[in-house]
Design a protein around this ligand. Structure first.
Ligand code: ZN
Length: 118
């Protein structure tokens, strides 16, 4: 079952309250009085509140931010073709390596050497 947005937000706010992170709760939009009231609820009462059919908050998707995050989570397609010969040492890059790694520029030895050097 997917948790209701109310439940997710309440859980997050309570977790922040336990860590005395009032700023986080205020950033979510809770007032100080609301936080006090929520903090005094029993577990059962919290459960009922979290299952309330009336939504007490709104979710906004920042499309531009999401688009950038999605773009960063995908590897960039390689625009340059694989090299036949290693850029560093000039050795032939094996066919299998060129097929496995599109846009490959280094032989495996030089790749390892570059990754080990800061
Ligand atoms: Zn090399």
């Amino acid at each position: 079952m997917t948790p209701a947005p109310n439940f997710v937000v309440l859980t997050d706010a309570l977790h922040a309250l336990k860590e005395s992170n009032i700023r986080h709760c205020e950033a979510l939009g809770f007032t100080y009085d609301e936080l006090n009231a929520i903090n005094e609820l029993s577990l059962d009462e919290l459960f009922v509140l979290s299952r309330a059919s009336a939504q007490f908050m709104n979710v906004t998707i920042y499309n531009e931010n999401l688009r950038q995050i999605l773009a960063q989570s995908r590897p960039e397609p390689s625009c340059s073709p694989s090299r036949d010969f290693c850029l560093d040492c000039g050795d032939l890059i094996p066919e299998k390596r060129r097929q496995l790694i599109p846009g490959v520029r280094l032989c495996v030895h030089c790749q390892v050497a570059r990754e080990q050097c800061p």
